[in-house]
Write a protein that binds this ligand. Structure first.
Ligand SMILES: Cc1cc2nc3c(=O)[nH]c(=O)nc-3n(C[C@H](O)[C@H](O)[C@H](O)COP(=O)(O)OP(=O)(O)OC[C@H]3O[C@@H](n4cnc5c(N)ncnc54)[C@H](O)[C@@H]3O)c2cc1C
Length: 321
């Protein structure tokens, strides 16, 4: 808990995983937090997320590494509380390139190289390990509830200018995902990476995740959660089409069934599309060009869940610095 004289009124723009985690972190350190958003948590890109702790289309740097490591630690602790929707699940990442990014493995205690005899055709290698898998609808609901219990207020409206918050906040945290840059007006580097997924009923009782990013027929991942399984995917830069492409869905599902035949018996629950808020680096810094100080916290690409708690902690450090 911070010194009483240094407690601040903070408005967080955004109720996705970054906004909610940050609101929780700041409120649990005594700050008076209001979350303003025009999409409820379940309408955000965060709710489309698979959501596995795994860096994917996100910054690869020492700074991002700290975010990953801290988030992993927090999710491991949350996995001990069943109602969070966070579970630790074993699985395998298939590698088809000699320069496969194995940076994630240094954070994961049981990460190991897979026995070559277990590899699918065409794969060069694979790594396996136990990482958090998050049932997002459950988790976002739990997190919002925790925020409310800490006194966080939620308001639904669209912010058109940061300055309109100057009267009500000592600091604004911008956790607006893909729209972060446009609100600041000084950043045109955020771009969408379209992702389409299928949600299946987990009647097959699957537990292990499987990722094959460089599958010859397209990006493929299968992430079993509690009641459902997320089958993906696509990663198309600058594609802003939010409509489900049926041909993509058909191809994606048949790819997934060829990898895990038990999926054939699972009912399709829904199709979802989301735009990952990509940027070369996550923007996580103080900005003083507005009528109220701003802390930017956006641009997490395909790793927003994976970096959420690390981001929230960094925002707290920037706020209290
Ligand atoms: C198919 C798919 C699969 C994914 N899988 C994973 C995964 O397995 N693991 C992982 O870590 N990540 C994954 N991601 C990425 C992850 O979903 C994102 O990085 C993350 O959701 C970004 O969270 P956010 O809070 O920044 O943005 P969002 O969830 O988009 O939330 C933005 C919020 O800002 C609000 N907002 C924006 N502008 C305004 C405004 N002007 N006024 C008011 N409110 C505003 C919106 O209403 C919303 O509440 C996946 C993404 C997709 C699409």
């Amino acid at each position: 808990m911070s010194d009483l004289s240094s407690l601040l009124r903070v408005t967080v723009i955004g109720a996705g995983v970054i906004g909610l985690s940050t609101a929780y972190e700041l409120a649990s350190h005594g700050h008076k937090v209001t979350v303003v958003s025009d999409q409820e948590p379940l309408q955000t890109v965060s709710a489309v997320s698979a959501a596995i702790w795994f860096p994917y289309h996100s910054e690869n740097s020492p700074a991002a590494d700290l975010l990953l490591a801290h988030t992993l630690e927090r999710f491991e602790a949350l996995s001990l509380i069943p109602e969070t929707g966070v579970d630790l699940r074993f699985g395998m990442d298939i590698e088809r390139r000699t320069d496969a990014d194995r940076s994630w493995t240094r954070h994961v205690a049981d990460a190991t190289v897979v026995d070559p005899q277990l590899l699918p055709e065409g794969a060069l290698s694979a790594t396996s390990g136990t990482v958090p898998v998050i049932t997002m609808p459950t988790y976002l609901g739990w997190l919002q509830n925790q925020c409310r219990q800490l006194g966080v207020k939620f308001e639904q409206r669209t912010i058109t200018s940061i300055d309109e918050l100057a009267a009500e906040a000592d600091t604004v945290v911008l956790a607006a995902g893909i729209r972060g840059g446009e609100l600041l007006g000084d950043d045109e580097t955020v771009y969408p990476i379209r992702g389409q997924v299928i949600r299946l009923a987990n009647t097959a009782g699957l537990h292990e995740w499987l990722s094959d990013d460089d599958h010859p027929l397209g990006v493929s991942y299968i992430i079993p959660r509690r009641e459902d399984i997320i089958v993906g995917g696509t990663d198309v830069d600058y594609d802003t089409n939010l409509k489900v492409d049926e041909q993509i869905a058909t191809d994606m599902l048949s790819r997934a069934i060829s990898m895990v035949p038990e999926l054939a018996q699972c009912e399709v629950l829904e199709h979802k599309v989301g735009l990952r808020p990509a940027r070369e680096t996550v923007r996580l810094e103080r900005i003083s060009a507005h009528e109220v100080p701003v802390i930017a916290a956006y641009g997490h690409g395909g790793g927003g869940v994976t970096m959420s708690w690390g981001t929230a902690r960094r925002v707290l450090e920037l706020l209290e610095a």
